[in-house]
Design a protein around this ligand. Structure first.
Ligand code: NAD
Length: 285
């Protein structure tokens, strides 16, 4: 029998962290979600409220259930709140040094039994685990965006991840209502090793004037049966996140086919991060 976990910590209250907090609370867990920014905590809390209201409207849950789920999540800027958690899932920005410093801080404040999971899209699980004293209790738990809707969690075992850690975290993902797949610890894992080069190629196609953004997206949507075109999807993911993943693929695999498109770099340098900043390839209200 796998030992279930009830006390869940989430670090990062951005689009992914807030979604992870929501699915954990919906599964009955007691959740604490922290962020360095108070504004991000407020936005995270509001986005969960909005997402739950949508489920009430669709009659998937009652108003009372929505209230109960929302009250299971504590939002805070105090990372020491994770000291009594059974698992902490990190979903801060896609930056290796930042994630390592978060895990070093968590390692110092959480008991040895606490499992650490990272929602990184591409960074080596082994390298992140090495910033802690618990590589055996460290794992990749890669949720998809938007977390409450997307069915998949890609599990990534680091070189030292124990069988018990994998089984317990996999069972937690299933309790969140997700289907899991298992990837080994290589840059980009399975999903982004395949998805990101396609998105990057869409930026090259745009940069070279092969087609307009609308024509590129419509071609891929209607021509290859994808629910969103690659450029709209990049805006949805966040162009900063897409660029960070391409850099991990390029550095980690060393093949020039993974070089980030200069146009993608230009957008990020200009602060055009996609939907979350109001402007990316497209403009949003
Ligand atoms: P985001 O920019 O929406 O949120 C990141 C949050 O991290 C921000 O609120 C920021 O304030 C917070 N943060 C930064 N430094 C912190 C610190 N020291 N302590 C606590 N919080 C801190 O980004 P996101 O899209 O939610 O991505 C988060 C992670 O999830 C990244 O690793 C990303 O690669 C991964 N991911 C993203 C997607 C996606 O589609 N966006 C999908 C799967 C995985």
């Amino acid at each position: 029998m796998v030992q279930e976990m009830e006390k869940v910590g989430v670090v990062g209250a951005g689009q992914m962290g807030a979604g992870i907090a929501q699915v954990a609370a919906a599964a009955g867990c007691n959740v604490r979600c922290t962020d360095i920014s108070k504004n991000a905590c407020d936005k995270g809390k509001a986005s969960v409220a909005k997402s739950l209201a949508r489920l009430v409207k669709k009659e998937r849950i009652s108003e009372k259930e929505a209230d109960t789920i929302a009250t299971r999540i504590v939002w805070s800027t105090d990372p020491t709140l994770h000291a009594d958690r059974e698992i902490v899932i990190e979903a801060a920005s896609e930056n290796e040094e930042l994630k390592k410093s978060i895990f070093a801080q968590l390692d110092a404040c959480c008991p040895a039994e606490t499992i650490f999971a990272t929602n990184t899209s591409s960074i080596s699980i082994g390298r992140l685990a090495a910033s802690t004293t618990r590589s055996d209790r460290f794992i990749g738990m890669h949720f998809m965006n938007p977390v409450p809707i997307m069915k998949l969690v890609e599990m990534i075992r680091g070189i030292a991840t124990s069988d018990e850690t994998y089984q317990r975290v996999n069972a937690l993902a299933e309790r969140f209502g997700k289907t899991t797949t298992l990837s080994q610890d290589f840059p980009g894992f399975i999903a982004n090793r395949i998805l990101m080069p396609m998105i990057n190629e869409a930026f090259f196609t745009l940069m070279e004037g092969v087609g307009s953004a609308e024509d590129i997206d419509t071609t891929m949507k209607l021509g290859t049966n994808q629910p969103m075109g690659p450029l709209a999807l990049a805006d949805f993911i966040g162009l900063d996140t897409c660029l960070a993943i391409m850099r991990v693929l390029h550095d980690g695999l060393g093949d020039s086919k993974y070089r980030p498109c200069p146009l993608l770099i230009q957008y990020v340098d200009a602060g055009f991060m996609g939907r979350k900043s109001g402007r990316g390839v497209y403009t949003y209200d």
